[in-house]
Design a protein around this ligand. Structure first.
Ligand code: DGP
Length: 117
């Protein structure tokens, strides 16, 4: 069994978040510390800690994450100018919350893909 994070509480509505979308597979809510004007997290409802734990059985959920990201981008009016989708994995990837999630980032030009300090 994996250890639940704050994201499980948000998914179960035990903790407040600005939820934009929820269905039987995924939940999308605004990042509490937005880095750009639109910063949304798209999260599987089941706990997959990192991309390393992704299995064949998660294929539908992973597909749904992209579909939801695309729909939210349209709703947020950032689809035409463009946006970035990021999934961080483990320490070197900069992952802080061990419930796999996709960042949808947009609303400004994001510049180069990476800046390594
Ligand atoms: P990552 O570094 O990829 O694990 O990103 C975790 C993100 O989660 C980070 O951008 C901040 C966000 N976050 C952390 N705690 C909360 C919370 O309680 N609510 C919301 N909405 N977002 C959170």
């Amino acid at each position: 069994m994996f250890e639940e994070t704050i994201f499980s509480k948000i998914i179960k509505h035990e903790m407040t978040a600005d939820i934009l979308y929820q269905d039987e597979l995924v939940t999308a809510f605004r990042d509490v510390f937005p880095k750009v004007p639109t910063h949304v997290l798209i999260v599987p409802n089941i706990l997959i800690p990192t991309v390393n734990e992704v299995k064949n059985e998660h294929e539908q959920t992973l597909g749904r994450m992209f579909i939801v990201a695309s729909k939210i981008a349209i709703k947020e009016n950032i689809s035409k100018d463009g946006y970035r989708l990021i999934i961080n994995c483990n320490k070197h990837g900069g992952q802080e919350i061990y419930h796999m999630h996709m960042h949808l980032l947009g609303g400004i030009a994001l510049g180069p893909m990476l800046s390594i300090n």
